[in-house]
Design a protein around this ligand. Structure first.
Ligand code: FAD
Ligand code: SIN
Length: 539
């Protein structure tokens, strides 16, 4: 089966949907998304979107905070472009229907939250359910467009490039081109060749590479792995952001306790009730995330305890329920009244700062392939992302990319697709072999947590590399001889993404931002004020 379109968008989070809304003005759009349309990291975002609205704030201050947090690796041009686009992006989201929380009694003013690393209150939010509000509004607007088709339960397997053409010999200086993607329709168990003039990777993050993560199950690094296999450059994957405060409860699945809770005055305490952040940073609970996550990790390891506590019981009860209805409700459902009880928390993998390298228009190195949102590496976040800058980056880059894609499309007047072979699903799935391999999903997540987590060392990284390369051989072998399934696709991508994270972490022989290696505990500006970049063999 084959379908053809002008724009193929892989992923229906904030990046994919924002891009879709724009480009649907200029051509037909197909969005493929691997579960139900709203299931995305976006849908779970709590804190909000950072942007300059307060009278005592300025673009310069937001830029300064972003650059400082990014540990010298942000691209200042990108940061400025995104920060300055911020207020316009928020206005656009409002036009789409997003209802942000306003100050009590002042309907025209946003209730601006404060989060770690920010010098001013600048987080625009919809209570503590910002992501759900944004996702629903964007989906509603996209569904109203007649020329946009959303295919749910469709998982992209691989990008289609010259490498898929029969008997094709690519010339040494010829650029890799993308003509869409092979996509598995889960229900029909059928692989579609989705051919498109322009393809956008908007597949989000990779938190599920780790045992403990705030990310939903879709976040398996698919876009990163697909782009790398196709020959795109990826960069800075060692910078995994661990959110300091995920709920510690066996039924909570690392539910996030928003940084906004600390922004409103939440205090981190040890089991003894003692606060400890004052020992680690002058901004205490509102230090950048890497500092807070490492401080918690250090205290837990030192004491052999399994969690610390976030205490907001000193705040007004009514305020807590109004400001954090989602967190209050979730905790209460687990028997925890956060207006009275301290919240048990631990760090969990949250965000990947590196990704597919793009330019200022969201173009990857592969022709007609764009990437935006968490899957992309634009230069915005450097070695550590400032809180609430990722929804901002995703929506801003969706706009920049859409503008660029419009020009690309209009330059493709005489374009025709080559003859693309269809995917073969022949053969019988070897269930017995799969049972053996599938166990390794948990195993990878566990060793990534233990060996490539908040604190790393050369020894641990080398051991992780050995393990993942053995497993990658096994899964690649299995993948070659068995019909592809949803689980196989994800497991292969988890393994590839893990390998890429380990490779980047091994390359960076220093500690900076989110990457902390015990063997190189200092930052080394002389050598390492640069990105770690990986290219696949195909490039
Ligand atoms: P996503 O929203 O994750 O969307 C990815 C889409 O791609 C999904 O639809 C998924 O199903 C689809 N997909 C993936 N692989 C495939 C495939 N192979 N085939 C087809 N479809 C595929 N950031 C902030 O700025 N502020 C916050 O307050 C905030 N809070 C957060 C809270 C939580 C709990 C989490 C997990 C993240 C939070 N973040 C926050 C980060 C932010 O939400 C994400 O970085 C952002 O939403 C990513 O958007 P995206 O569109 O790139 O990807
Ligand atoms: C949070 O609400 O703490 C998440 C904010 C973010 O990841 O930017």
């Amino acid at each position: 089966m084959e379908i053809r379109t002008d724009f193929l968008i892989i992923g229906s989070g904030i990046a994919g949907l924002s891009f879709a809304l724009k480009v649907s003005e200029w051509g037909d759009v197909v969005i493929v998304t691997k579960k139900e349309d709203s299931e995305s990291n976006t849908n779970y975002a709590q804190g909000g979107i950072a942007s300059v609205f307060a009278k005592d704030d300025s673009f310069e201050l937001h830029i300064e905070d972003t650059l400082r947090t990014g540990g010298g690796l942000c691209d200042p041009e990108v940061v400025r472009k995104v920060v300055e686009a911020g207020p316009g992006c928020i206005e656009e989201l409002i036009r789409v229907g997003v209802q942000f929380t306003r100050k009590r009694g002042k309907k025209r003013e946003f209730d601006l939250g404060l989060e770690g690393g920010h010098s001013k209150n600048r987080v625009v939010h919809a209570a503590d359910l910002t992501g759900r509000e944004v996702e629903n509004s964007l989906l509603c607007a996209v569904k109203a467009k007649k020329n946009v088709k959303i295919l749910e339960d469709h998982i992209a397997i691989d990008l289609i490039t010259q490498h898929h053409l029969k008997d094709y010999q690519r010339k040494a200086d010829e650029k890799i081109r993308c003509w869409g993607a092979y996509v598995l329709d889960k229900e029909k168990n059928q692989v579609l060749a989705c051919l498109s003039k322009i393809t956008l990777l908007a597949t989000g993050g990779a938190g599920r590479v780790y045992l403990h993560t705030t990310n939903p199950s879709i976040a398996t690094g698919d876009g990163l792995a697909m782009a790398y296999r196709a020959g795109a450059k990826v960069a800075n994957l060692e910078f995994i952001q661990f959110h300091p405060t995920a709920l510690y409860h066996d039924q909570a699945n690392s539910f996030l306790i928003s940084e906004a809770v600390r922004g409103e005055g939440g205090i981190l305490r040890l089991q003894s009730g003692e606060s400890f952040m004052e020992k680690y940073h002058p901004r205490k609970e509102l230090a950048p995330r890497d500092v807070v996550a490492r401080a918690i990790d250090h205290e837990l390891k030192k004491r052999g305890e399994s969690c610390v506590y976030l205490d907001i019981a000193h705040l007004d009860q009514k305020f807590i329920k109004l400001r954090f209805p989602n967190i209050y409700g979730k905790c209460l459902s687990l028997g925890l009244d956060i207006t009275k009880d301290p919240i048990p928390v631990v760090p969990a993998a949250h965000y990947i700062c590196g990704g597919v390298v793009t330019d200022l228009e969201g173009r990857s190195g592969i022709e007609n392939l764009y990437a935006c949102g968490e899957v992309a590496y634009t230069g915005m976040h450097g070695a550590n992302r400032l809180a609430s800058n990722s929804l901002l980056e995703a929506v801003a880059f969706a706009h920049f990319s859409a503008k660029s894609a419009k020009n690309t499309l209009s330059s493709m007047k005489d374009f025709s697709f080559p003859s693309i072979p269809s995917w073969s699903l022949e053969g019988v799935f070897d269930q017995q072999e799969w049972v053996i391999i599938s166990h390794n999903r948990d195993w990878i997540q566990k060793f990534m947590w233990d060996y490539v987590g908040i604190v790393r060392s050369n020894r641990r990284l080398k051991q992780a590399k050995r393990r993942i390369s053995i497993f990658l051989d096994e899964i690649t072998e299995f993948y070659k001889v068995n019909p592809v399934t949803y689980d196989v696709i994800e497991l292969r991508n988890i393994a590839t993404t893990s390998e890429l994270i380990i490779e980047c972490a091994l390359q960076r022989k220093e500690s900076r931002g989110l990457h902390y290696n015990l063997d190189y505990p200092q930052k080394n500006d002389k050598i390492w004020l640069k990105d770690t970049r990986l290219k696949s063999e195909k490039e």
